[in-house]
Ligand binder design. Structure first.
Ligand code: LLP
Length: 403
C-alpha cells in the first residue's frame, strides 16, 4: 500500500500554494466565468512532470503520457514540452499528438480494435510502435505496411494474468479481460512476428489496470517480465524495449496532502525488480498520475433542496461533465469555495441530469451551502474532460488555466 503519510512538507506546501489558496485567490476571476468548467493548475502539472523526469533520470526509461486521460491541447503542449512521449488509442489521438508536436518516434499506439484506417494513420506518421493485441491484428499491420513499402514497429501485448486489485471496469490484465495475448500462445506469436517482413518486433507490452494503489501487482509484473525475458533470451531473442504500461493511482481522498503521485515508490519497484538487459529501454504509459490532481471541475450551486431524509445540493455540473462517480462509483473530494460559514451540513451533491446515478457524492460534509455558491470537485484532471458527453444536449464543459 502507498505510504501516503510519507509526503514531504515540500509537497504539502505546493498543494496549499497551488490548489486551495490559488482557487481562493482567483475567486473573483473564477466567479465571473460561466460554469461548469475545468480549471487546470499548470504549475502543479509542471511540478508533477519534473518529479517524473527527476525519477527516471539516469535510467533507460521513457514515459509516454496516455492521452486518453486528458487530451486538452494546453495540457498536451505542457506535457510535450517536458520531453514525455505519447501513448495513443485511436487515429484521432495520433493526429492530436502530431498536431501539438509530439515526435512520432516517441509514440506508441495501443487498443484491441484498431481499424485499417487508424493503422494507416499510424504507419504514415511513422510512429515508433504498435502495441499488438492479436495475431489477426499483426497480420493486418503487416499487410498495410507492405502495401506502403514500410516496416511497422510492434510490441506484443501480453496478458500476464495479474490482478491489479482495482475497480473491475479498469482491471485489464487478467484472463477474463479482452486485452492482450495469452502467455501460453506467446512463443508461437513471437516466432510468427519474426517471420513477417513488414513488422519489426521491438518488444513486449503489459498493462495491468488503472488507479492501482498497491505496489504488489507491479512487483509481480516485474517478476513475470523477468521470467519471460529470460525465456526468450535462452532462445536467442532479445527485445530492444519492454513496455510496463501505466496505472499508477492517485489519492482521491486527500489530494491536498498528496498533490503529486507516489512516483518515487512506483519507479523504485521497477528499479529494484526489473532485470533490464544492456541496451534495452523500459517504457511507461502513465495517464492519471500525470494529470488527475492538476484539474478541478468548478461548478455553481443551482438549488439546495431538502426532503424528509436528505439535503440535496444541486450543481450545474453533471455526469456529462465528470462521469467517473456515476460510472465507477468513484469518490472525488468536494469543496465549497465561497461559503464563509463555519456550520457544517451533510448533503448529497448531485447534478442536473435525468439519471439517479448523477451523484457526485453522498453524505458529503460541506460548510452551509446556498444557491450561487461555487464548488470545486477535486482530482478531476484525468478521465474528466476527456470522458465528457453531450447527453441531454448539454454543452461540453469549458476550461480555464491557473498557474
Ligand atoms: N496503457 C493502457 C494500455 C491503458 O489501457 C491505460 C488506461 C493506460 C496506459 C493509462 O492508465 P493510467 O496511468 O491512466 O491509469 N476511465 C477510467 C480509467 C480508464 C483507464 C483505461 N486505460 C477512470 O476514470 O478511472
Amino acid at each position: 500500500m502507498f505510504n501516503f503519510a510519507k509526503k514531504t512538507q515540500e509537497t504539502q506546501n505546493i498543494y496549499f500554494k497551488t490548489m486551495a489558496l490559488k482557487y481562493h485567490k482567483k475567486l473573483e476571476e473564477l466567479s465571473s466565468l460561466d460554469t461548469p468548467f475545468y480549471c487546470y493548475d499548470l504549475a502543479l502539472l509542471r511540478e508533477t512532470l519534473n518529479t517524473i523526469n527527476k525519477e527516471i533520470k539516469g535510467f533507460p526509461y521513457a514515459v509516454h503520457y496516455a492521452i486518453k486521460a486528458n487530451g486538452n491541447r494546453t495540457i498536451l503542449e505542457e506535457i510535450r514540452r517536458s520531453g514525455v512521449g505519447a501513448d495513443l488509442v485511436s487515429g484521432n489521438e495520433i493526429k492530436a499528438a502530431l498536431d501539438v508536436g509530439f515526435k512520432p518516434e516517441k509514440m506508441a499506439y495501443a487498443g484491441v480494435g484498431k481499424t485499417d484506417r487508424e493503422i494507416e494513420t499510424g504507419i504514415d506518421a511513422g510512429i515508433y510502435c504498435f502495441n499488438v493485441e492479436s495475431v489477426e491484428e499483426m497480420d493486418v499491420i503487416n499487410e498495410i505496411a507492405a502495401r506502403r513499402g514500410k516496416a511497422a514497429g510492434i510490441a506484443l501485448r501480453v496478458n500476464p494474468n495479474i490482478d491489479a486489485h482495482t475497480h473491475r471496469y479498469i482491471t485489464t490484465g487478467t484472463s477474463s479481460d479482452k486485452f492482450g495475448i495469452d502467455k501460453q500462445a506467446l512463443d508461437d506469436v513471437v516466432e510468427k512476428a519474426r517471420s513477417l517482413s513488414n513488422v519489426r518486433l521491438l518488444g513486449l507490452h503489459f498493462h495491468i489496470g488503472s488507479q492501482v494503489t498497491l505496489m504488489e501487482p507491479y512487483e509481480l509484473l516485474c517478476k513475470e517480465i523477468n521470467t519471460l525475458l529470460d525465456h526468450f533470451e535462452k532462445k536467442g531473442i532479445n527485445f530492444e524495449m519492454v513496455d510496463v504500461g501505466g496505472g499508477l493511482g492517485v489519492d482521491y481522498e486527500n489530494p491536498e496532502a498528496n498533490p503529486v503521485a507516489r512516483f518515487e515508490e512506483y519507479f523504485n519497484v521497477f528499479k529494484r525488480g526489473l532485470k533490464v538487459r544492456p541496451g534495452q529501454m523500459v517504457h511507461f504509459e502513465l495517464g492519471r498520475s500525470i494529470v488527475a490532481q492538476c484539474g478541478a471541475l468548478i461548478s455553481r450551486v443551482v438549488f439546495v433542496k431538502e426532503n424528509a431524509v436528505k439535503k440535496f445540493v444541486i450543481l450545474d455540473a453533471g455526469m456529462t461533465d465528470l462521469m467517473r462517480p456515476a460510472l465507477y462509483g468513484s469518490k472525488h473530494k468536494i469543496v465549497n469555495l465561497t461559503s464563509q460559514s463555519t456550520r457544517q451540513v451533510t448533503c448529497d451533491v448531485v447534478g442536473p441530469i435525468c439519471e439517479s446515478s448523477d451523484v457526485f457524492g453522498r453524505d458529503v460534509q460541506l460548510p452551509f451551502t446556498r444557491r450561487g455558491d461555487l464548488v470545486a470537485i477535486l482530482s478531476a484532471g484525468a478521465y474528466g474532460e476527456s470522458m465528457a458527453s453531450r447527453y441531454n444536449m448539454r454543452s461540453l464543459p469549458q476550461c480555464h488555466f491557473i498557474e
